[in-house]
Design a protein around this ligand. Structure first.
Ligand code: PMV
Length: 334
């Protein structure tokens, strides 16, 4: 009744921004991402008698946070009615809830560890559907490399809203540099930002209309390893997502000054001949995609930017997988 899993975060090249169904957590549009290592969430689930308990990074979580995880575990309890409570011990080797996609790796690892500990075997597609219920982007972290998320729309229960791998992690040796521009948790959680955009932004429908073209161009760019086309497509997707959010009432603004400076700095690097483009999620950090060959120079330039606190380096990584290494509430993991 115990299992452990590791899952990596992913960064979207074509963003997911907006839900067409809040209860089932169904996305309004398709999206496309790259799964990234060595950043990861490592989670151990033990099913046992009693209530649910959740320890994250060595800290017993507050009832509100346990509740979010317990609601997700209810979906697993529906698959095996003999299950009672669970102890979840989780560790992130990168900052949590800071706009660094920790909910993606968290729910992907939890979906795999919780079902496996319960003796329930799901296909990768079924796991993706389950992980989506915890966090939309988690559906993509079930898979490694380049991943496409299908919004679905035919199936009432949302079983056609799942992710699938479109190219393995070794297809293209890209690097992603996370330029961190603040410490601490993000201001507006992504679900709230999405809901406010959907409810009040006059640009939300325009945002949705652009996604099919972005998906087409991103898939073409990845298949052909066309960095320029991917750069243009991914920057447009990120800026269009943020433009729709900024146009909400009140505007959902995730950027700080350093975010804007980085947008310009990355574009300058590109005009100087370096492979570099940016993307930005529900937080002020800037993720810079580059090639293995240019990564050192791009990292040096990012570190020299005013307002950049640190830079984390990542490369294409694998999908969620089980591990024999179990965590206990008192485990010291570095
Ligand atoms: O998975 P969520 O609900 O945290 O939403 C993720 C939203 C973005 O990170 C901004 C975009 C994306 O596609 O990952």
């Amino acid at each position: 009744m115990k299992a452990s899993a590791i899952a990596h975060p992913n960064i979207a090249l074509v963003k997911y921004w907006g839900k067409r169904d809040a209860r089932l957590n169904l996305p309004a549009t398709d999206s496309l991402s790259l799964t990234l290592a060595p950043l990861h969430t490592h989670t151990t689930v033990t099913w046992r008698r009693g209530g649910d308990a959740f320890v994250l990074n060595g800290v017993e979580q507050r009832p509100r946070d346990v509740e979010k995880v317990a609601r997700f575990l209810d979906l697993v309890r529906m698959l095996n009615p003999e299950l009672s409570g669970a102890e979840i011990v989780s560790h992130n080797n990168f900052p949590t809830a800071a706009g660094l996609a920790s909910s993606a790796s968290a729910f992907a690892a939890l979906a795999l560890a919780a079902t496996s500990a319960a003796g329930v075997t799901l296909s990768p597609r079924e796991l993706s559907v389950l992980a989506r219920r915890g966090s939309g982007s988690a559906a993509r972290s079930i898979f490694g490399g380049f991943v496409r998320m299908n919004a679905g729309g035919e199936d009432e229960e949302g079983n056609d809203a799942y992710a699938e791998a479109i190219a393995e992690s070794n297809h293209w040796d890209l690097r992603v540099l996370f330029a961190l521009t603040t410490t601490g948790a993000k201001a507006i959680p992504s679900t709230r930002g999405m809901n406010e955009t959907m409810r009040t932004s006059p640009y939300f429908s325009a945002w949705c209309e652009q996604v099919p073209r972005a998906m087409h161009d991103a898939e073409k760019a990845i298949a052909a390893r066309d960095f320029e086309l991917l750069a243009e497509t991914a920057e447009a997707s990120a800026l269009q997502m943020h433009a729709s959010a900024i146009a909400a009432r009140p505007g959902v603004v995730y950027w700080n000054g350093a975010t804007v400076e980085l947008i310009h700095a990355v574009r300058t690097l590109r005009t100087q001949g370096l492979a570099a483009f940016f993307t930005i999620d529900a937080g002020p950090h800037v993720k810079v995609f580059t090639t293995a060959g240019d990564a050192a120079k791009v990292e040096e330039a990012l570190r020299a930017q005013p307002g950049v606190i640190d830079v984390l380096a990542a490369a294409p990584g694998p999908g969620a997988h089980l591990t024999e290494e179990h965590l206990s509430p008192s485990s010291q993991v570095l």
